[in-house]
Ligand binder design. Structure first.
Ligand code: ARG
Length: 469
């Protein structure tokens, strides 16, 4: 039943009823009830500060603070009755507080508005979530490192254009994703730094006449700094956009790995087998084992990018300061946060549970002239300009293709013939140079795939990811 507007917290100047549809579109409680812990923490810090500043009495502050503890306990016990007529979490908490402690509850909102309150709550929520996200990213990195460590000598084709290009270590390939996650974690930390700025004390938009102490509230709530401009404080949602961007990029990174897992588990590649725990069957084709978890992670990147665009679009062209449009910020934030956490959390056991088919990877390395660069390098080291060496190696590939064999199956005499008239010696050590392991172990340039590099990288990753060990 829609309530008489005059009965609402802001109903003083109203005489008509709220339209039922207005009530529905106006209510955010189904979404923002997730902010209750942050809302209560923020209110408790605000009340304590009001008392310390002599704005309300200590006994009122004490009643407010312990009353809010009780509201929190009730919410946690599932006893809070939510209603659209009370709009949002702020109003629910305050209304319940008033039922519990009476008159002092009415003093909590002194020098404060829901505008600076909601901005504070969302920032607090994101700061809490950021820690969880960072842990999930670290666990995902750990899984990648462990998978790499347990397959440290597996060679696979490295690809460009999805064509077999040069042999690389599987561990090197996996460590590329660990690097992406380091950048994701750095971006997250950076954006959390800008989130840790307290907006409370801006009041509705212009500041307040009360002698507030925002620095004390900031210290109490774990913010690093206090807003500088009250209009900006209540209308800024940059921190939310940044977070959802950070999440979008994480999700894009995950989608790239997920795509590789989908490809690798196909019969065409056969590089890995997914654990059954992260696959599904088909209702019609009995032989199927589909890599659904990886596909879902790949697909969920789309919805997270949608969240980012939704958020940016809410802010686009929005005049200062607070506008109700801003209430639309929470759904995309929560959706992106839930999605990325689920994706990271499913990715870790999915990776840990997959089986690597090193034989298939090895066969793929042997097929497709992945050692053609080695041949060119060998000839260039023998004195030919690299461009000429490249040309000769290309002719060798054509010859091997005609004979349906690999470069390593051609005879030394074939190579001598190909090099006739050129100023280069070809000896039997060429055959060693063409072995895949040789191609890998010679790539010792910084950040290259040589085993010694990869082992160092794994040791360093281990030190960074398990600092307590
Ligand atoms: N539920 C609102 C939101 O999320 C809280 C702020 C309401 N402020 C206002 N002036 N109506 O944005």
């Amino acid at each position: 039943m829609p309530e008489k507007a005059k009965n609402k917290l802001w109903g003083g100047r109203f005489s008509e009823d709220t339209h039922q549809l207005m009530e529905r579109i106006n209510a955010s409680i189904s979404v923002d009830q997730r902010l209750y812990l942050q809302d209560i923490r923020g209110s408790q810090a605000h009340a304590a500060m009001l008392a310390k500043q002599g704005i309300i009495s200590s006994s009122d502050a004490e009643a407010i603070i312990s009353g809010l503890d009780q509201v929190k306990a009730e919410i946690q016990a599932g006893d809070m009755v939510y209603s659209d007529s009370l709009e949002d979490i702020h109003t629910h908490v305050e209304a319940r507080l008033a039922e519990l402690i009476g008159e002092p509850a009415g003093r909590l909102h002194t020098g404060r508005s829901r505008n600076d309150q909601v901005a504070t709550d969302l920032r607090l929520w994101i700061l809490d979530f950021g820690r969880e996200l960072d842990t999930a990213l670290r666990n995902y990195q750990r899984t990648l490192v462990e998978l790499a460590e347990s397959h440290v000598s597996v060679i696979m084709p490295g690809y460009t254009h999805l064509q077999r290009a040069q042999p690389v270590l599987l561990a090197h390939h996996l460590l590329a994703y660990v690097e992406m996650a380091w950048r994701d974690r750095a971006r997250l930390a950076d954006c959390l730094g800008r989130t840790a700025v307290l907006p409370l004390g801006a009041a509705a938009l212009a500041g307040t006449t009360y002698d507030l102490d925002p620095s004390a509230v900031a210290a109490e709530l774990g913010f690093d700094a206090v807003f500088a401009n009250s209009l900006d404080a209540v209308s800024d949602r940059d921190f939310a956009v940044e977070l959802v961007f950070v999440i979008s990029l994480i999700q894009v990174h995950l989608s790239r790995l997920a795509e590789e897992l989908v490809l690798w588990s196909s019969q065409e590649f056969g590089f890995i087998a997914m654990s059954e725990a992260f696959a599904t069957g088909s209702s019609i084709m009995p032989q199927k084992k589909n890599p659904d978890a990886a596909e879902l992670v790949r697909g969920k990147s789309g919805r997270v990018m949608g969240d980012l665009v939704a958020l940016l679009t809410v802010l686009k062209g929005l005049p200062l300061a607070y506008n109700k449009d801003l209430q639309e910020d929470k759904e995309p934030v929560f959706d992106a946060c839930d999605t990325v956490l689920d994706s990271l959390r499913v990715m870790a056991p999915m990776l840990a549970g997959l089986t690597v088919n090193d034989k298939r990877m090895g066969l793929a390395v042997e097929d497709g002239f992945l050692n053609a660069t080695e041949l060119a390098d060998y000839l260039a080291e023998g004195g030919l300009p690299f461009r000429v060496a490249h040309e000769v190696a290309g002719m060798a590939v054509r010859l091997a293709e005609e004979r349906v064999c690999g470069l390593e199956d051609l005879e030394i005499s074939d190579y001598m013939a190909l090099c006739q008239g050129l100023d280069v010696e070809v000896g039997p050590e060429l055959m060693e140079a063409l072995a895949p392991l040789h191609a890998v172990s010679r790539r010792t340039s910084p950040g290259g795939t040589a085993g010694q590099n990869v082992e160092t990288a794994l040791r360093e990753a281990r030190k960074r990811l398990w600092p307590e060990a």
